[in-house]
Design a binder for this molecule. Structure first.
Ligand code: CAO
Length: 453
């Protein structure tokens, strides 16, 4: 007798899900509660267990299908089986949990499920997001590789497989240390650390490592391959991580630094006597450090593992330095407690060491905010990338003299373009705009910075 398995209730507010993989094949004997398909909702990837025992007569869905709750997914011949009519398992209490009802991370893996999984081909479908990027609409309907295809099973739960996918870890290469070689999340992490250099190469660069294959460029002309330097590899990793983890917004503004430039000229010699060069950057470091005391959320980090904001009481400003070997970001410590002359001396020493290749990793760690000044080269505005785990970065472009309408007449004023990129998860647009305005006002009238207003 043929009976149907339906997509069960997956949780509050979830009406449908996309089929990510089919875990059984026609003719296969299945048990109740055995995972039969894997689906992805907006919130989680879940294995859907069978409510029936018997022989799979027909699979009624395909990878890529959007299936409604209650829709038939499987026809099962229950003849001779105890089709106990068992209810589908209850929906997860919290569908946002990565721990799907029938995934068993960190828990003993029930024999029947382990068996069922290891008997099945590994799901070959990419995630929904990956599908959207890599397949055309008609391709999304393409059926999954048949179960009979010679694809070795991957003994890992959907959550672990998904975790590996997100890290760009080729799960087939991971050695499982779990029961009967089952691949655990810790195995994926260890693989990433050992093989992909996770300590220095963060999540997104590991994803970058799994980037789609490049075409053969020699088909169109000669090419030269150069190995990436260590600095470049670290840059690739940190940029990719920041870009993929942080939802960026950039707030552009400008500051009238006419008076500041006059003061800079006036005090250049006095600062030089103390070992520094009174540059725009040195003044910016001080101005930003003071501004951060009034806007502590921009001097923070997000801890998503505890749902907390980490507000840092110290203000350490990273300064992007262009060197022959690539971008380096030494840190001016406690910039809020230093004079501009001290910052100028620090900065000169740090930038020199960075350019000579003598800077230590210690001197490039612990920044709470970063400044990138490209004004010495040119340009009107740019959008810097937040130096994660910081939450904001100030990009500075080239100042220029422009006519500004003041008190009924045009006046030549020196205008400095400012671009603040920030992590929109933590910082709202209004707050970012207020911060840049505060900074711009301070640069226009430095006494405001001293006053803290
Ligand atoms: N507008 C106009 N002129 C500027 C300026 C600005 N925003 N910033 C610097 N300048 C001028 C300086 O006044 C100086 O001119 P003079 O020689 O006439 O005095 C000249 O440009 C060179 O400045 P500098 O490099 O000596 O000093 P600085 O403190 O302004 O900059 C540093 C120091 C380390 C920030 C800079 O040398 C540097 O490396 N910049 C590049 C940073 C970078 O690569 N950012 C990109 C990061 S990835 O997005």
């Amino acid at each position: 007798m043929i009976e149907k398995v339906q997509l069960p209730n997956l949780g509050e507010g979830i009406d449908s899900a996309d089929v990510v993989s089919v875990l059984v094949e026609p003719g296969q004997t299945i048990e109740t509660d055995q995972p039969v398909i894997e689906v992805e909702t907006e919130k989680a990837t879940l294995e859907v267990p069978s409510s029936l025992a018997g022989t799979v007569a027909e699979i009624l869905v395909e990878v890529g299908d959007s299936v409604n709750v209650g829709q038939d997914i499987l026809a099962v011949d229950v003849a001779g089986e105890d089709a106990s009519g068992k209810e589908p398992p209850a929906a997860p209490d919290d569908a946002t949990s990565e721990t799907a009802p029938s995934s068993h991370d960190g828990e003993p893996w029930p024999e029947e499920t382990r068996q069922a999984e290891s008997d099945q081909p590994a799901p070959v479908a990419p995630s929904v997001a990956e599908r959207a990027e890599t397949t055309s609409p008609d391709q999304t309907k393409a059926p999954q590789a048949p179960a009979t295809e010679a694809v070795d099973p991957v003994p890992a739960s959907p959550t672990v497989r998904r975790f590996a996918r997100e890290l760009g870890v080729p799960i087939r290469q991971v050695e499982g240390t779990g029961d009967r070689g089952r691949i655990l999340e810790s195995d994926v992490k260890a693989f990433a650390r050992d093989r992909l250099g996770a300590d220095t190469i963060p999540t997104s660069s590991r994803s970058a490592a799994a980037a789609p294959q490049l075409p053969d460029f020699t088909r169109w002309g000669d090419v030269e391959r150069q190995p990436l330097s260590k600095i470049r590899r670290v840059t690739v990793a940190s940029m990719a991580r920041a870009w993929s983890q942080v939802p960026h917004v950039t707030q552009h503004d400008s500051a009238d630094i006419t008076e500041l430039e006059a003061a800079r000229e006036r005090f250049a010699e006095a600062v030089a006597e103390r070992g520094g060069k009174l540059t725009v950057t040195a003044i910016l470091v001080k101005a930003v450090a003071q501004s951060l005391r009034s806007f502590p959320k921009l001097n923070a980090s997000l801890d998503l593992s505890t749902d907390e904001v980490i507000l840092k009481r110290s203000v350490h400003i990273g300064v992007a330095v262009d060197t022959e070997r690539g971008l380096l970001v030494p840190v001016v410590r406690d910039a809020d407690r230093k004079t501009v002359a001290e910052i100028a001396a620090d900065l000169a020493a740090l930038a020199d060491r960075a350019r000579e290749g003598a800077i230590t990793p210690d001197e490039m760690q612990g920044a709470t905010f970063t400044i990138s000044n490209l004004g010495g080269i040119g340009g009107s505005h740019f959008t810097p990338i937040v130096n994660w785990p910081e939450v904001a970065i100030l990009g500075v472009s080239r100042s220029e003299i422009r006519p500004v309408w003041i008190d009924g007449g045009w006046q030549p004023r020196t205008i400095l373009p400012l671009s603040l990129s920030y992590d929109h998860r933590l910082i709202d647009g209004a707050e970012a705009a207020r911060f840049v305005r505060w900074l711009a006002n301070g640069l226009s009238d430095p006494f405001r910075i001293v006053l803290g207003v």
